[in-house]
Design a protein around this ligand. Sequence first.
Ligand SMILES: *Cc1c(COP(=O)(O)O)cnc(C)c1O
Length: 386
Amino acid sequence: MNTISLDQSYVAGTYKRFPVEIVSGKGSLVTDAGGREYIDMGSGIAVTSFGVADEEWIAAVEEQIHKVQHMSNLYYTAPCARLAEALCLRTGMSKVFFGNSGAEANECAIKVARKWAAEHKSPACNVIVTLENSFHGRTLTTLAATGQAHYHELFQPLTPGFAHIRAGDLDALKALCETGTVAAVLIECVQGEGGVIPLDPAFASALENFLHEQDILLMVDEVQTGNGRTGKLYAYMHYGLHPDVVTTAKGLAGGLPLGACLMSEKVAHVLSFGDHGSTFGGNPVASAAALSVLNRLTDPFLAEVEAKAAFLRRELENTPGVLSVSGLGLMLGLKTVKPAVEVVSACMENGVLCLTAKDRVRLLPALNIPMELLEKAVSVLRAALS
Ligand SMILES: *Cc1c(COP(=O)(O)O)cnc(C)c1O
């Protein structure tokens, strides 16, 4: 049996895959089993920050893999410690907990919020408020956090203690907070799975002010927006926010599983021995990969990301068949005249891999995609859109 029929026979049917088997790649080009090349405008959903099989990334992984590929968290390893230091120095946060995915990073954030509020306020103060149309993961708790009912339907009962408000509706939040049960608010600066929808900056700062006044935690889910994706290290930096907790994953290790929950001084000491853990969390190979990714996200590099993003946005805004362009940096959503899935199929037929998010075409190219490939991808997209 070939890969596609084996997969269809034996892999749980949770993914609607395209009939394409990717076998290899280099940078922003990937090759299928038939030898056909595609420009990758999805990066494994914002994961392969420097593309596929990037030499510098391979070198970092390989160096560590030859030393020690895993130790239990009962012992110290340098990549984990150095990565935590780098994350804290670049964000001003104080402590990091490592897991293996975005959902786990958010689970940690939720545990931090609950324990902090139980100790500083009361055990009844345990509600986490998130935004409608948000996405925070697939575990039963992060599903409860996710503000999209269609993900919830067949999996009741979900973890209690979550409430959702419409983005922009500060009054709804104020009403919820009157009961004294809200511990934290968790937001995405740009809703990724929700359709690449940026948060209104005025709402974001009003939200921060209100939460500060009320001594309620502000937690930002940077699983998709983080690690240079939007042209800054983290998207909250565009908004001038000062979150108490930041979660990230996807692009952090450039293609290995790693999630991180960053804690500010205010909550740095909430978690203590035995409160949380993860067998693979802070794995030395994943951490070494992340350290190499982080070291390359310099200011000049991020300026290039912004320049590429500006080019992509300008080109697409002036493309017939595009109704609007949303997003931040190299995380863009296109509202299109044709159905988004049709545009994505036409692109694939012409050698460009794109994504959708809700009813939009979503673009998440590697942060180092060469200009020449970006231009080629734009011309394929333009043909598919009109
Ligand atoms: C992808 C995503 C998650 C979930 O990450 P996993 O690694 O799939 O668990 C959580 N939050 C946001 C904003 C995401 O985009």
